[in-house]
Design a protein around this ligand. Sequence first.
Ligand code: GDP
Length: 461
Amino acid sequence: NLTINEGEILGFLYSKGIKPDGVQTLDKDMVKMICKEHEVEVIDANPVKFEEMAKKKEILDEDDLDKLQERPPVLTIMGHVDHGKTTLLDHIRKSKVAASEAGGITQGIGAYKVMIPVDGKLQPCVFLDTPGHEAFGAMRARGARVTDIAIIVVAADDGIRPQTKEAIAHAKAAGVPIVITINKIDKDGANPERVMQELSSIGLMPEDWGGDVPMVQISALKGENIDDLLETVMLVAELQELKANPDRNAKGTVIEAGLDKSKGPVATFIVQNGTLKRGDVVVCGQAFGKVRALFDDGGKRVDEAGPSIPVQVIGLSNVPIAGDEFEVVTSLDIAREKAEKRAESLWNEHISAKAGDGKVTLSSLASAGSVGKLSGLDLHQLNIIMKVDLQGSIEAIMQALQVLPREKCHFEVPIASYRRSPGSVKSYAEKRGVEIRLYRVIYELIDDVRNAMEGLLEPVE
Ligand code: GDP
């Protein structure tokens, strides 16, 4: 039974620069603010943040609870293209990575640790460095799952754009707190107030206006106020009481993976609980193996990595997929078994997704190869359209394809980044007699391409 009438609510919204459209739903923050102004007590009927609990539960076990220690926050910078994410990350990396380590950070592993002064004491935090993946919404959604705080950059001269909204949605869905960074305040045409108004109209009320979303105005280009931003982020982190049990077998998430010419499959793990050690047996997605070597974000060999710490892992059977979860198990047999089970269930998912249409009329890659062979052309050409789910795999696959012998057959691989639904792609492909194959493991793809080039490919059932 609300003692505040509609007119008062509308008046309040107008006073905050929000133009209600009549059907707008007020979010919790807004309701709290209106109630505060009218001295009405708010009782939150749903005080437990379920997403947050679920997220923590997956990572922490019952046994961990009495051995928890603080861990550094893992942060992701998100936002619309050109709003300044890379500039901000670069600035932080250059200014905050210890001088002794700076030289080492040549080739990124997808995340790095920086030290931030808080109350005169240096505190570690970890930045996910994934702007290269920004075209891939899925990766970003996964990024939000390992992320403790989302730093969302909005350019003060441009305001909220589609990717800003998408980033906010990902962070909210993952139950991750948001710190807004209003960037480019040095520019002519910068209008931070307008950005704040836009944000409040979609339910993010600035702290300065009585809400609970911290917003820091910066110039990433000039390095202005970045210390303020980092301090704010660390304060938010402190409130989250981020903890893990370093004294147990590690588990966490793959944030990047690829194939290195000399190292073989490499993957960057973010340890979310426990401590990963050299010699541990890990399983991640369909990949498994004994950890032969660990490298930190500076490219230095390390023996172990504790909670929140990113490490590059060498020794896996094949290349996992960014977003795969990893865990340490007690033996290679168990690891192999788990990896196979995982592969099997993915395959079944794929099959059942295909089931129902039964009439696969695609000419197979093999017959494409043999048509070439029979047609007596000097150069047999195999056309492949490739769709991958993360940037890193394109490089890995292209590298692996480069080593195939080309004397007998030439192949073309246009990288397709299409946004059609899988269904429409499938029917289009069917009409054109193009076969679709799904691979979770690069080596299988390479084998099939090699066999197809030799006309030896077994058709799919
Ligand atoms: P991203 O796509 O979000 O990673 O954006 P970038 O970091 O690549 O920045 C896009 C453009 O905006 C570049 O030309 C930057 O130099 C410029 N930029 C980034 N931050 C600022 C800023 O604080 N002020 C000004 N004036 N330009 C900026």
